[in-house]
Ligand binder design. Structure first.
Ligand SMILES: [Zn+2]
Length: 149
């Protein structure tokens, strides 16, 4: 149960009840298309990468999930958002965009305010090893993003 409300970054998604660590918050739904199609339709900024060259044009409210460098939620698989720690009712739900972007040249300027704010958010392949290890330990990196073992 989540709701949409205004946040420091425009709209954001907020918890309507508490969540325990590991609990599923929502499953992303929407129209799936190729990255080329998302670019052609100029909807890429509302899309979630769900596989190599694959985009999900995300339905609201999940479309409005903001990024944080200290996320309280994350992706268990390509489309399932889970609590990365306990989340209080009323707290904004945020995840780390680096865990959903395979493009090493993608960047996003960040002012999330976290003590660990990276300032510039990058795609997973360009992320520093320490941050990768922290996110992997939280089990919030979808398997499709990781190189085959
Ligand atoms: Zn940040």
């Amino acid at each position: 149960m989540v709701r949409l409300a205004s946040s420091a970054n425009g709209q954001g998604v907020y918890a309507e009840r508490p969540y325990a660590a590991g609990e599923t918050i929502l499953v992303f739904t929407g129209e799936e298309m190729t990255t080329a199609e998302a670019d052609r339709r100029a909807v890429r900024h509302h899309c979630l990468d769900v596989g190599p060259g694959r985009q999900l044009y995300v339905d609201p409210p999940a479309r409005f999930l903001n990024h944080s460098c200290d996320p309280n939620a994350g992706l268990r698989d390509a489309v399932t958002l889970v609590a990365a720690r306990g989340i209080a009712e009323g707290e904004e739900i945020v995840f780390d965009y680096s865990t959903s972007v395979p493009d090493p040249s993608w960047t996003l300027a960040c002012r999330c305010g976290a003590a660990s704010c990276r300032g510039l958010v990058v795609g997973w392949p360009a992320l520093d090893e320490k941050t990768k290890r922290r996110l992997l330990a939280l089990k919030i990196v979808p398997a499709w993003l990781l190189p085959a073992a």
